[in-house]
Design a protein around this ligand. Structure first.
Ligand code: CA
Length: 228
């Protein structure tokens, strides 16, 4: 069971989803407008938010940005706009996944479970830490230290680093990262990967020009390896 917040202004969709998600065992709160949703999110701290993009008082993307400024609660965006450019912008703005309308409650529930698994509950509590040089990735606690100092990562940054660490020493393609970490099909959206890699580099105290752990292999992908 997860504690969900559904932000959706269409009463018919809201009622249907509320009932369907509750029938699937979730505890669901609902808000019919963006500001009400933001207040509920901050007060209730749900496990996950399902956010409709077309809201009466504020664009859903704007709400997503406001939410991300103060919270890392996973967000699944419900959108009628299925263009890839829009999807990439949403993922870059901090959405964890998206569903394109019309979608079924079963589809949404599958996405919710996948995001929550990715967000922490999917890894075994006994999974060993991965060490690459001075980098230590605790898979169970989802924490990272570099030379003994904690590195604060967003869930997505953690997933990216974790995926690279599982293949340390090997070049991982952006296509693989998009499908495994973002779970979206490839198609020119690799800028998303570049952006997150640059944030990760900054947090690890390195740059693409002077890499220590994260090495770009031009035209192929990226490799995590111990500093020489
Ligand atoms: Ca709407």
């Amino acid at each position: 069971m997860a504690r969900l917040l559904l932000i959706e202004d269409d009463p018919a969709i809201r009622t249907t989803l509320l009932r369907a998600l509750r029938e699937r065992g979730h505890a669901v709160a609902a808000a019919a407008a963006a500001m009400e949703g933001l207040q509920t999110a901050l007060a209730e701290r749900p496990d996950l938010i399902v956010l409709d993009l077309g809201l009466p008082d504020l664009d859903g993307r704007e709400l997503l940005r406001m939410l991300r400024a103060v919270s890392r609660i996973p967000v699944i965006v419900a959108t009628a706009r299925d263009e890839e450019s829009e999807m990439v912008r949403l993922l870059d703005a901090g959405a964890d996944d998206y569903v394109v309308k019309p979608f079924t409650a079963a589809q949404l529930d599958a996405r919710i479970r996948a995001v929550l698994r990715r967000d922490g509950t999917g890894l075994s509590e006994t999974a060993p830490a991965i060490e690459v040089g001075g980098l230590r990735i605790d898979q169970a606690a989802r924490t990272v230290t570099l030379d003994g100092t904690t590195v604060e990562l967003t869930p997505r940054e953690f997933d990216l680093l974790h995926h690279l660490a599982l293949r340390a020493g090997q070049v991982v393609t952006k296509r693989e990262l998009l499908s495994e970490v973002w779970q979206v099909p490839y198609g020119g959206a690799d800028k998303t990967v570049d952006v997150h890699l640059s944030w990760l580099r900054r947090k690890l105290g390195e740059t693409a020009q002077e890499p220590r752990y994260l090495h770009t292999v031009r035209g192929v992908g990226v490799k995590l390896s111990e500093p020489a």
